[in-house]
Design a protein around this ligand. Structure first.
Ligand code: FES
Ligand code: FES
Length: 174
């Protein structure tokens, strides 16, 4: 079957098998390996991408279900060569160690800040509660998102085109 969607602002069309998951479509058909695949149980959340601005676990979505939709991966956080404040925040506050969970964490954070520019720590923790970090710990991740919230000046371009994302774990598990 043929699927068409917008990925990081570019229209893509591919012939795929109907059973292909969105995470594999993104990684293998499009070569965007920033989206990680970390489990077979829909628990880890490292595969999170934004679909129409909403965080979704791309291992729970068929590529066919994304037909006609707007997908944003971690590669799409950089706009015009400028890092998204969330990416800067993870650098400033040491929000990653091995980095495996980081793409999904950053996309969930981006969606949260698009919806709620000034979340408190509990709102950040709720937003990422469907995602697992196995090494850094969550304190620095929360601080990273708070850093991004405190530096909104550069979000004008970085958030351009981003939709309003929901943040709770139930919606992340779409
Ligand atoms: S790969 Fe673990 S939740 Fe998707
Ligand atoms: S930074 Fe290693 S799993 Fe989160």
């Amino acid at each position: 079957m043929q699927v068409s969607m917008t990925v990081n602002g570019e229209a893509v069309t591919r012939d795929i098998e109907p059973r292909v998951l969105l995470v594999h479509f993104i990684r293998e058909n499009l070569g965007l390996t920033g989206t990680h695949w970390g489990c077979d149980t829909s628990n880890c959340g490292t595969c999170v991408v934004l679909m129409d601005g909403q965080p979704v676990k791309s291992c729970t979505v068929l590529a066919a279900m994304a037909d006609g939709h707007d997908i944003r991966t971690v590669e799409g956080l950089v706009v015009g060569g400028a890092l998204d404040p969330v990416q800067q925040g993870f650098m400033e506050e040491h929000g990653l160690q091995c980095g495996f969970c980081t793409p999904g964490m950053m996309l969930t954070a981006r969606a949260l800040l698009d919806r709620n520019p000034h979340p408190d720590d509990s709102e950040i923790r709720q937003a990422i509660s469907g995602q697992i970090c196995r090494c850094t710990g969550y304190a620095t991740i929360v601080r990273s998102v708070q850093w991004a919230a405190a530096h909104p000046a550069v979000t004008d371009t970085a958030a351009d085109g981003a939709g309003t994302g929901e943040s709770n774990s139930e919606e992340v598990t779409a």
